[in-house]
Write a protein that binds this ligand. Structure first.
Ligand SMILES: [Zn+2]
Length: 319
């Protein structure tokens, strides 16, 4: 594995807890605080609880509407976290810089939390990166590429499970020069693939796939369906006579597989979806689309809301 570049944490959000909290408030509430209990956002009816009293949590707000109190962490994946926000910013930054992600071990080593804490943090951040209000891909005059791939099992499992049916299958939809959406399916069939396609792709789109029979029938439900044979004219070039290609979706798979191999040497079936979310998020917020590392980190943290992923305590520890 190539050695990761040591991140630079000179910005104040990585150094100062107040700055980290205020930056998170600005990301979550660009128009001012919103009460997570009742939804009140009237600045006249939300007061900052200030004072020297020990009992006051820093960043505490009081909602006049429902008499509830809250901080920016309430109602988010950070709600029960004891990890300082400066470290959450560091982890989010490391996860969102570059294309390949970062291992929990690296987080543990660099930001100074236990490995177990780092592992939980990563999964919470992945949850935050989940796109919960995505509309359909494609549309009139637009192309969506679809393809499926298999991801190998762990080394240990490989020794006694051979063959594709024991591997995890992934279906991806990619708009050339646009967004991707990825799914873990248990054995792709024409039916399961149709389900994914019709619920995630606008039917006015032009569908590009390989010649797999998985797409033959469903393809007819779209404005057009063009297929490409792998290795159409010369080795490594997958472009059909009408320009149809699944290159973009294959690039996505390539990047995902390299990342999974290089960074995440182990991934259980249970967590595969979270890794897919992570790679999908970075792909959809990539530099080609005008999103740099800093903005990507900010977008990732914006997603903390409403995803109160509560990993239950393990051995009495709380992350
Ligand atoms: Zn309220």
């Amino acid at each position: 594995m190539p050695k990761a570049k040591e991140p630079v944490f000179s910005h104040k959000v990585f150094q100062d807890e107040t700055a980290a909290r205020e930056a998170l408030e600005a990301a979550r509430w660009p128009d001012g605080p919103v009460c997570p209990h009742c939804g009140n956002s009237d600045p006249e009816k939300i007061a900052k609880v200030e004072g020297a009293k020990q009992s006051h949590r820093p960043g505490l707000f009081y909602c006049v509407e429902c008499a509830g109190q809250f901080t920016v962490k309430v109602g988010t994946v950070f709600e029960r976290s004891k990890v300082p926000l400066t470290k959450w910013w560091m982890a989010a930054h490391m996860l969102n810089a570059g294309k390949r992600g970062v291992s929990a071990h690296e987080i543990h080593r660099v930001i100074g939390v236990t490995y177990k804490t780092a592992w939980f943090m990563m999964h919470r951040l992945r949850e935050a990166m989940k796109d919960t209000n995505a509309g359909p891909l494609g549309g009139g005059g637009k192309i969506v590429q679809a393809d499926e791939t298999y991801i190998g099992n762990t080394k240990r499992a490989k020794s006694y499970k051979k063959g594709l049916r024991h591997k995890r299958q992934i279906v991806a939809l990619v708009e050339p020069k646009g967004k991707a959406r990825v799914f873990h399916v248990k054995g792709a069939t024409a039916e399961s693939v149709r389900d994914i396609l019709v619920t995630n792709v606008d039917r006015k789109s032009e569908l590009h796939t390989d010649e797999s029979r998985l797409y033959t029938e469903t393809g007819k439900e779209f404005a057009d369906h063009k297929t490409v044979r792998h290795g159409w004219n010369q080795r490594g070039v997958y472009v059909g006579p009408e320009g149809q290609t699944t290159n973009h979706v294959e690039n996505f798979f390539g990047n995902f597989k390299r990342g999974m191999k290089g960074v995440y040497s182990f991934c259980s079936e249970q967590h595969l979806n979270r890794y897919l979310t992570e790679f999908e998020f970075r792909f959809n917020n990539r530099l080609d689309l005008g999103v740099g590392d800093k903005e990507r980190t900010l977008l990732a943290l914006k997603g903390i809301e409403g995803k109160r992923l509560t990993y239950r305590r393990i051995n009495g520890d709380q992350v």
